[in-house]
Design a protein around this ligand. Sequence first.
Ligand SMILES: [Zn+2]
Length: 84
Amino acid sequence: MPRSGCVRSACMAFPHRGTVSAQRIANVRLFMHRKAHLPSKICPVCQRPFAWRKKWARVWDEVRYCSERCRRHAAAMRDMDRHR
Ligand SMILES: [Zn+2]
């Protein structure tokens, strides 16, 4: 019977190392995800801060209001000003 002590220890070592680094990467990802600071703005209508959303990725510079409701509210206010 051939001795497979070395082979066995290598087999033990590699998956172990693999899990440790995988865990470390997962931790870093979690950390980065938690630390990820999304840009935010304050809605001029309701005065509440709102955070960046994926649907605003392309128009973030143009986004001014937290919601469609606030946007309409602001538009209504503008119309009232205009008609005065
Ligand atoms: Zn708002």
